[in-house]
Design a protein around this ligand. Structure first.
Ligand code: ADP
Ligand code: MG
Length: 613
């Protein structure tokens, strides 16, 4: 029998390309690795220059230690690192990098240029390398420190290049990485430029100021300091006051020994500290810095090093939770509202004042009956349904759901629907609210159950979409312009959808690098909601800025309808319920919410019958 040997050792450049798949997922990974190398080199100023979201150029310049000519050549070899020398060093890491893989990986899949000089030498080294092959090396007159330029990422792996997302999405990832590194090192100054624009200029400062520089001036008043020291753990940082929690996971940062990490267990500890202070579907914001003995953690369990294992997770959980609870208590942040409580149980303390509240007039077409059968065509749709005059209906609701303390409490009047009342056989306008969440109304074919929140989302969504695309909405002038601060990237998002927002009724008096001044708002919005509304919108859009206008308008209308729709838990009176029903069935697509959830269901009489068999 002949034996055939088939195993070969992979050439280095192939091995590097494979390793690159792990280290470099997208331009943001390169930004992170290069910034971390600069920090390991003890730079005090780091400049990141990006072109086309990193697809064309990623350049990081530092004023750190620099490299000797030999090291400049060696640093692109796999497992070439100056940071660990022996296995034991792995258990006592003080640097960001240690695997010696990043530069080798990056050089395997891009055109890389390295310029570096150490303080002690007069001449520095200039090396170019393409797909792991050194194409030139010469001495050069250079400032102290290192500049690495990475061009044409994935030039030799078209499949990877094609998988990159739009510039907006890739840039978002880069900014996320930049935030993480910048937040871990407030004492280092950072600059981030994109296509010639200055995105962030962060001077060396303290942690609080760093957070404020990144997330905008308004952040300052939201921060509650957290600080604790025990023999095994030092905790530092800030949490956002409970009322600034977000529907979407907003600013949530854990750093362990100045390294950004994710850890769902510790995240849970923070959430536990906020228990009772915020609703269960609202996420707390936090910037938490933990310092532990490097020997007590293992960072090596994840290739991109954002996960980490602690020896003593349970004690860390307990200390973290306790210290955040303590801070929230100390800063007098008592429970604002018990959101879980049923409204019906509340004392109607607003009831007496109710009469004095001016309730907008609502025109309701009393003869309009969406459930009449002789309309022809499909149920609940079609042009035969008259549109209800759009009253200032929303104002009534939105006021309630943003200022829940002011919520009017209304009691269903059972006598109206008394058992003995003769129900007309035909149809019946009458509707009831169930659990302040559903509107129930009998129709000929059964009992219709409408989800008030989803239904209202549908109504608003179609209205916003119409405003954006065909018919400009009316706006209300504000007495004093409203100045809102946002971070620079957020301002850019607002700029991107400015035209659409104007169609909806926003009037922008001025837009600066980190502030918008709003002179007019849509009639259905009240002033105190504007900031929340815009924040929610920015978040919805920034996750993935759609490239085409249609998708962008759709996303915008969705996010606005989501934030403005009447929530579950809000009591609706008879007219409001009726108006909601009428407008729902005047929609083009009344059956589903913008997020594709059913807006109503019909329970057929047979289903009731079954219950009595
Ligand atoms: P690691 O950071 O894991 O050691 P890298 O591939 O990122 O691996 O870098 C390899 C080596 O190159 C580093 O250990 C360091 O000695 C050197 N190096 C990389 N970037 C810089 C820099 N900006 N300044 C000085 N030395 C650097
Ligand atoms: Mg490194």
């Amino acid at each position: 029998m002949i034996m055939i040997d088939i195993i070969q050792l992979l050439p280095d450049h192939v091995a590097n390309q494979i390793a690159a798949g792990e280290v470099v997922q997208r331009p943001a990974s390169v930004v992170k690795e290069l910034m971390e190398n600069a920090i390991d080199a003890e730079a005090t100023t780091i400049t990141v220059i990006i072109k086309d979201a990193g697809k064309t150029l990623i350049q990081v310049t530092d004023n750190g230690a620099g490299m000797s000519t030999t090291d400049a050549r060696l640093c692109f070899e796999r497992h070439a690192t100056s940071k660990i020398k022996k296995a034991e060093d792995l258990f006592n890491l003080h640097t960001k990098g240690f695997r010696g893989e990043a530069l080798a990986s990056i050089a395997a899949i891009a055109h890389v240029e390295l310029k570096t000089r150490q303080e002690e030498t007069d001449l520095g080294t200039h090396i170019t390398i393409e797909g792991s092959k050194v194409t030139s090396q010469e001495p050069a007159v250079l400032p102290k420190g290192t500049t690495i330029s990475v061009k044409n990422l994935f030039f030799n792996i078209p499949a990877r290049r094609n998988f990159l997302k739009s510039d907006a999405v890739e840039m978002r990832h880069i900014i996320d990485e930049f935030h993480r590194v910048a937040l871990a090192h407030p004492d280092i100054s950072f600059i981030l430029m994109h296509n010639g624009n200055d995105v962030f200029t962060l001077p060396s400062t303290n942690l609080r100021q760093r957070i404020v520089h990144i997330f905008g001036r308004r952040t300052d008043e939201k921060l509650v300091p957290v600080s604790e020291e025990t023999p095994i753990l030092k905790i530092n940082g800030f949490v956002l006051k409970p009322e600034y929690g977000k529907k979407s996971r907003g600013e949530q940062f854990f750093f362990v020994n100045n390294r950004f990490i994710r850890n769902s267990y510790l995240h849970h500890a923070v959430c536990a500290a906020f228990e009772g202070l915020i609703k269960t579907d609202v996420h707390p914001g936090y910037f938490i810095y933990l310092e532990v003995n490097p020997e007590s953690i293992d960072i090596n369990i994840h290739p991109t090093k954002t996960e980490i294992k602690f020896d003593d997770e349970h004690s860390i959980y307990a200390m973290l939770r306790a210290s955040i609870k303590h801070s929230l208590g100390q800063f007098n942040i008592a429970p604002v509202l018990d959101f879980q409580r049923q409204n019906e149980l509340d004392t109607p303390y607003e009831y007496s004042r109710k009469q004095s509240l001016s309730i907008p007039t609502i025109e309701v077409d009393r003869d309009f009956n969406p459930f009449k059968e002789d309309k022809g065509g499909g149920h609940f749709s079609g042009p035969s349904f008259k549109k209800v005059p759009s009253a200032t209906w929303e104002a009534l609701y939105t006021q309630q759901n943003f200022e829940r303390q002011e919520q009017r409490v209304e009691f269903e009047v059972p006598s109206k629907v008394g058992l003995f009342e003769q129900q007309p056989v035909e149809v019946n306008h009458r509707s009831f609210q169930f659990q302040n969440k559903y509107i129930l109304t009998p129709i000929k074919t059964g009992l219709m159950i409408i989800h008030q929140n989803f239904a209202h989302q549908r109504i608003l969504y179609e209205e916003f979409l119409k405003n954006i695309t065909v018919k400009e909405a009316i706006s209300q002038q504000l007495l004093f312009p409203l100045d809102l601060h946002f971070s620079r990237p957020d301002i850019r998002i607002i700029q991107k959808v400015k035209e659409q927002l104007e169609q909806i009724g926003f009037v922008f008096a001025n837009m600066e690098a980190d502030m918008v001044s709003i002179a007019g708002i849509p009639v259905m919005v009240i002033e105190s909601q504007v900031s929340t509304l815009l924040e929610h919108m920015i978040h919805a859009i920034s996750e993935e800025i759609p490239d085409d206008n249609f998708a962008l308008n759709d996303r915008l209308a969705k996010s606005l309808s989501e934030s403005m729709a009447v929530k579950s838990g809000v009591t609706l009176n008879e007219e409001e319920r009726e108006d909601l029903i009428n407008r729902l069935f005047a929609c083009k697509e009344p059956t589903v919410s913008p997020a594709n959830k059913p807006t109503f269901r019909v329970l057929e009489p047979e289903e009731f019958d079954k219950k009595f068999m």
